[in-house]
Design a protein around this ligand. Structure first.
Ligand SMILES: Cc1cc2nc3c(=O)[nH]c(=O)nc-3n(C[C@H](O)[C@H](O)[C@H](O)COP(=O)(O)OP(=O)(O)OC[C@H]3O[C@@H](n4cnc5c(N)ncnc54)[C@H](O)[C@@H]3O)c2cc1C
Length: 428
């Protein structure tokens, strides 16, 4: 074809969400994906929260290849020699429709791409977009190798380091402080073994997060999600800490050490690693969101920085799906108006503002600063661990009363620092 209505760069959840919404509306849509197939290059922790996006894609997820619905939550504060774990489960989490599911992107993205193709959209794998074509300030297409492909609108869904939005002048090269590095192993285990070890029944699943010693007191943490016949186990560390050698050991060695922790080793014993992956994650939240549109171009998903980590929940996938959907709606409106300049396409921002996407990101905009506090990762895990050690210990001699046992850790300077940190927490 000489020209498409829309070229979508990237067949991740943002790109596929957009393509699904655009399909069947009389537009010529082309999706370009650099991987061998959709999902081949994509990674997540991963848990997908479906509640925010079910209504945007009616019926779509009813037969999605999800792994387990999450019913058991846990967060562990890890000190060097001990850890304190908060487990949470509730009956409502077993009720349908389930709030969240563990997923594996290689399966999930492939399935979604097939649904998109069923609706008549062409997805071309193994095509890497290298640049955009500009004409008098308007993006009019993309360059992929020797090919020039033209479109009324280019939708950049090319993930966290979005080359396309950078080439279009919508964002500057990535600032390391707003990104983290995640590495993950998928460890195969029999489903019965998983159920027994995690106290689950049937397709119930567990999600666990870890903070503190797992990243040697630096920003980041560990995660574990149960799949049907495997567990996804990984760690996340700040890019700056990793790049500037502020970690005492290399990141892969951190993951190995995490696997050997007594909290983890028995859970994965006998399992074999069937997948190993690494990926960057946007961590800047609302304040790091780039320009969402320009003349002839929109940006969705990680490419726009639409991801949110608030410590207890890590969310990016439903933001990608939803932003893809709203970008598609904006494109359809622009098509009706016959105009693809930035003011016309900027309805996209309004659609995001009216949805959970920018409402949630705005509500939690102070979170990166609060959870970026180094004391969260180095001081508090040791402090909480030490308090619990003393509370539980029964010495040879007489045991102190509970109040002085705890009070001796909470000195005046400690309480003052805690007060300051709590003032930050109150902003989220
Ligand atoms: C370790 C880790 C744990 C996470 N845990 C969770 C979690 O538990 N829950 C959650 O909701 N989110 C989680 N996230 C975030 C979530 O995975 C992302 O927010 C989500 O994948 C973003 O989707 P996307 O479609 O925007 O980008 P991606 O999924 O990255 O897709 C981008 C696509 O674009 C393609 N592409 C890139 N450049 C080009 C190019 N030049 N030409 C052609 N194609 C290109 C890529 O191959 C890819 O297919 C996690 C992320 C990581 C790394």
């Amino acid at each position: 074809m000489d020209k498409f209505d829309v070229i979508i760069v990237g067949a991740g959840l943002a790109g596929l969400g957009a393509a699904y919404t655009l399909a069947g509306n009389g537009l010529e849509v082309l999706v370009l994906e650099r991987g061998d197939n959709p999902g081949a290059k994509n990674m997540t922790g991963g848990r997908l929260y479906l509640n925010p996006v079910r209504n945007l894609f009616p019926g779509l997820f009813d037969n999605a290849p999800v792994e387990r619905f999450i019913t058991h939550e846990g967060i562990s504060i890890m000190a060097k020699d001990r850890s304190v774990t908060l487990n949470y489960s509730e009956n409502e989490l077993t009720d349908e429709p389930h709030q969240s599911y563990s997923i594996l992107r290689s399966k999930f993205d492939r399935w979604l791409s097939e649904r998109v193709e069923d609706k008549g959209v062409a997805i071309l794998p193994k095509i890497r977009v290298d640049d955009v074509i500009k004409d008098s300030g308007q993006i009019i297409g993309v360059i992929a190798g020797a090919d020039e492909l033209r479109a009324d609108v280019v939708l950049a869904c090319d993930g966290v380091l979005s080359l396309v939005s950078e080439k279009a002048g919508l964002r500057s090269p990535a600032a390391p402080g707003s990104f983290a590095l995640g590495i993950k192993e998928v460890i195969a285990l029999n489903s019965g073994v998983i159920n027994e070890r995690f106290n689950l029944e049937g397709d119930e699943g567990a999600a666990r997060l870890f903070v503190g010693e797992v990243t040697r007191g630096k920003f980041g943490g560990g995660f574990l999600y149960t799949n049907k016949e495997s567990v996804s186990l990984g760690i996340v560390v700040g890019i700056e800490d990793a790049a500037e050698d502020r970690l005492p050991i290399e990141v892969p060695a951190l993951l190995d050490a995490f696997k050997e922790r007594p909290e983890i080793a028995p859970l994965i014993r006998g399992g074999s690693t069937v997948e190993y992956s690494a990926h960057i994650i946007p961590e800047g939240g609302f304040k790091a969101i780039g320009n969402l549109c320009g003349n002839g171009i929109l940006v969705a998903g990680d490419a726009a920085g639409l991801a949110m980590n608030i410590g207890f929940t890590v969310r990016g996938m439903e933001f990608a799906l939803a932003s893809g959907h709203f970008a598609a709606q904006a494109i359809m409106k622009a098509k009706e108006a016959g105009n693809f300049d930035a003011p016309t396409l900027s309805i996209y921002r309004r659609l995001l503002e009216d949805s959970f996407v920018l409402k949630d990101l705005r509500n939690f905009q102070e979170t990166p600063a609060v959870i970026g506090n180094p004391r969260v990762f180095n001081h508090y895990p040791e402090l909480i661990g030490a308090i619990m050690r003393d509370v539980y210990s029964v010495p040879a001699g007489p045991k102190d009363r509970l109040y002085p046992t705890i009070k001796k850790h909470l000195t005046l300077p400690e309480l003052w620092a805690l007060f300051i940190d709590m003032k930050g927490v109150m902003k989220i």
